[in-house]
Design a protein around this ligand. Sequence first.
Ligand SMILES: [Fe+2]
Length: 251
Amino acid sequence: MTRRQALKSTALAAAGLAVVGNTLPAQAQAQQPAPPTGPFTLPPLPYAPNALEPHIDAQTMSLHHDKHHQAYVNNLNIALKDHPDLQKMTVEDLLRKLDTLPEAIRTAVRNNAGGHANHTMFWKIMAAPGKGGGGNPSGELANAIFADLGGVDKLKTAFNEAGTKVFGSGWVFVAVDPKENHKLKLVSKPNQDSVLTDGMVPLFGNDVWEHAYYLKYQNKRADYLTAWWNVLAWDAVAARYSGIKAGKVTL
Ligand SMILES: [Fe+2]
């Protein structure tokens, strides 16, 4: 038995599955039906997985997008499979109206619609360092950050501090609050909770789940938070800010 086969046998034994040759028993395969293919689908990554190197490594990006984000999409579709009325809703509306959803699926939708929404935003607000990523905001966005959050340097310090303080898994966002004249707010959230549920729109945010950084940064989350500003696409964020204020960008 090769080392790889031995590892596989050990893993399967730990999962309570017998190994017959290299094939799982038919019963085990039957326990894992393919998830529904819709209504929600995984948006493609808008750049190559290695585009954000060296700040976010290609393997992390591939796993994060192809496996983790896909899992949120799959589990959201599973949660809604017996609810054709809810399948017609946007992910934004599912999160805004979370309190009105059937209790039996509310937590699954909170986690998985939240995961789908948060990651959909996340891929869009990053770009290769020096090619849209990094630098500083300008114009209307810079003015708003100064007025509402004390300026870019103060924002970065507060944002990084909030990111290190998230216990376990979660996110740090700068959100736009339409209820307060589109004021910018620094908000941290546990798990996959969304600012949409609070009536706000995410302007940008950083994922501080270990799956976002552990392969490269291990336990050094603060280093990841510092490096991440090199891939934040300020022009994309500025376009989102204008779009959110005009009611055209909702996620
Ligand atoms: Fe993530």
